[in-house]
Design a protein around this ligand. Sequence first.
Ligand code: CO
Ligand code: CO
Ligand code: CO
Length: 328
Amino acid sequence: MPPGDLDRALCGLEFPTDANVIVGLERADDAGVYKISDDLALIQTVDFFTPVVDDPYRFGQIAAANALSDIYAMGGVPKIAMNLVGFPLKEMDIGILRKIIQGGLDKIKEADVVLVGGHSVEDSELKYGLSVTGFVHPRKVLTKKDLRPGDRMVITKPLGTGVINTAIKGGLASQEVIERVTQMMTALNREAAEVMQNYPVHACTDITGFGLLGHLAEMVVGSGCSMQIEAVKIPVLPEAIGYAGMGLMPAGAFKNKEFRSGMVEFSSSVDPVVQDILFDPQTSGGLLICVDKESADDLVSNLIIKGVVDAVIIGEVINEPKEKIVVK
Ligand code: CO
Ligand code: CO
Ligand code: CO
């Protein structure tokens, strides 16, 4: 969803809260967090969207991996899920929905989560996703805030899914590329989240619709800090560079760029195509982990050992200029 477009409906409304709300609506974080006791808090999130690939089973997997990701991004463990379905019953075979739900179910099982319910409505457009509840220790909640100068920024999946999905819709992507990007989008952020539990992580989010720079901007706003990012270190699917060079950027990338360009300073050495890809909206993207600098190399080595092979340090938190992202 382009930043702000529908969120504007929330402006000026008053939301109820209580003393146990650790992360609520005013924080605009990956999920809400509610303290139940001194050593247990609930994390709640919900995510659903229209198909991003043609294969219904794979679409189910992607939507579920994406919904589960917000629990991982908060430093939590997902436990319970519910299906959300909108389905055009008069135009589509119910067998398609069955395959979508099977895809989601297989990811839910892989995450050791149980499905306890759901809700379906007849809809003109197919939509699927999950609401997910997870657990976290109240003092181990990872929000987007709490950056400290010197911290390193680690990314766990390559960028470029938005560009490649645009190429797929245009019928331009090869079967090989479709396979690669689908595998990336169906991959859970579970391993990354489990590894990061053992490190002094100060902040975390997952990269989705706002693109890398949009999500970095959310971390920087209000922090008093800035970030310096090295463009050459950022993993990008090679095919995405090719397609982006052909102008196959999704509309969301330009919206993201327009919204946040005031916060971003690109050095002239950064290829304009790469600049655009840094705003590319991701579907079921990786985690963005802000970790103490002493532990950053060790975190990345361990992520790679545990199969998160694209994990890499892309930059660091700096003091000046205030609340900007400098891309070198
Ligand atoms: Co998120
Ligand atoms: Co989300
Ligand atoms: Co977080």
